[in-house]
Design a protein. Sequence first.
Length: 183
Amino acid sequence: MLIKLPHTFTTKDGRSMLVREATWQDAEKVIQYVKLVGDESENLTFTSKDFNKTISEEVQIIRDHQKKENHVFIIAEMDNQIVGQLNVMASHKPRLFHVGEFGISVRKSHWGLGVGAALMHAMVDWAKQSGVIRKLNLMVRADNEKAQSLYKKFGFEYEGTNRRDMIINGQMHDAHYMGLLID
Ligand SMILES: CC(C)(COP(=O)(O)OP(=O)(O)OC[C@H]1O[C@@H](n2cnc3c(N)ncnc32)[C@H](O)[C@@H]1OP(=O)(O)O)[C@@H](O)C(=O)NCCC(=O)NCCS
């Protein structure tokens, strides 16, 4: 049975976690969240310094995700705080409309509790019910085995390597393309 959002999950340590679509009222919290996670991991493509959205720009981004049937902006909340986020974007072009690209992050304080798995579950079920998404794609640092293990659990498969995808502290990192067919 496919889940519909909002949906309440139980974390691995027995706490309640609400997974829902973001609304424009979340804009300020989303900005704070993105700045925090950007500095908690070297597996993302940005740091807090690269993220300078204003509240009104973030409101527009969230509204765009709500309006477009091939986009979704999902957040995981515990105790009213955002602890994880996942968003899917896709092209407006008819030939690419079915291909969703996504990014996912979880607050470091909440790693290993099942937040990432809940967000993946919510996304895959959303895609299956969207009626338009037929492929989900992601890019992940080649050495980020933890994230790759999460994606494989949801059926994602390795599709190729993008060499020299990122430079962090002067060191180059390859990235893997992974994808899931939605039927
Ligand atoms: C990668 C990330 C999203 C995983 O989220 P999470 O909430 O910590 O993961 P979960 O607790 O839901 O675990 C799901 C699966 O991930 C893998 N995993 C989680 N923690 C792991 C660890 N320490 N070592 C190895 N695998 C691990 C396991 O396969 C796990 O499944 P299991 O519980 O059945 O063993 C999160 O750690 C994160 O945001 N990391 C920093 C940013 C990032 O890497 N984003 C992805 C960019 S492509």
